[in-house]
Write a protein that binds this ligand. Structure first.
Ligand SMILES: [Zn+2]
Ligand SMILES: [Zn+2]
Length: 105
């Protein structure tokens, strides 16, 4: 049986969230991150790039990196995200909050 002291690098995270409200609307943001990438402090982060849901006649692109792994009481972890989308149709949106948990701390 394998016990992880650290998050295994072969995992990624999903998230289902909404962007901030801008110009009177928000977009659904359904994201799946890239694999874990070791960071200089020995932990790991994830990168992600995609488009938010096409709504109100336009979409927005984003490319971002996560914060460090945040341990959960059950031995899993999440990452916080905080970034802005590209400007399309004269405005952008902010996306922030944690993603879905993955095994390991
Ligand atoms: Zn992770
Ligand atoms: Zn928009």
């Amino acid at each position: 049986m394998v016990t992880y002291n650290q998050s295994p690098l072969d995992h990624n995270h999903g998230s289902v969230t909404h962007t901030s409200c801008s110009h009177g609307h928000a977009h659904q943001c359904l994201d799946i991150t890239g694999p874990a990438v070791t960071s200089p402090d020995g932990g790991h982060v994830h990168y992600s790039e995609s488009w938010v849901m096409y709504e109100q006649g336009h979409s927005h692109y984003y490319k971002s990196s996560s914060g460090p792994a945040l341990p959960l009481p059950n031995g899993w972890h999440v990452h916080d995200w905080d970034f802005y989308t590209t400007i399309n149709d004269g405005h952008c949106h902010r996306v922030s909050g944690p993603d879905m948990p993955a095994p390991g701390i």
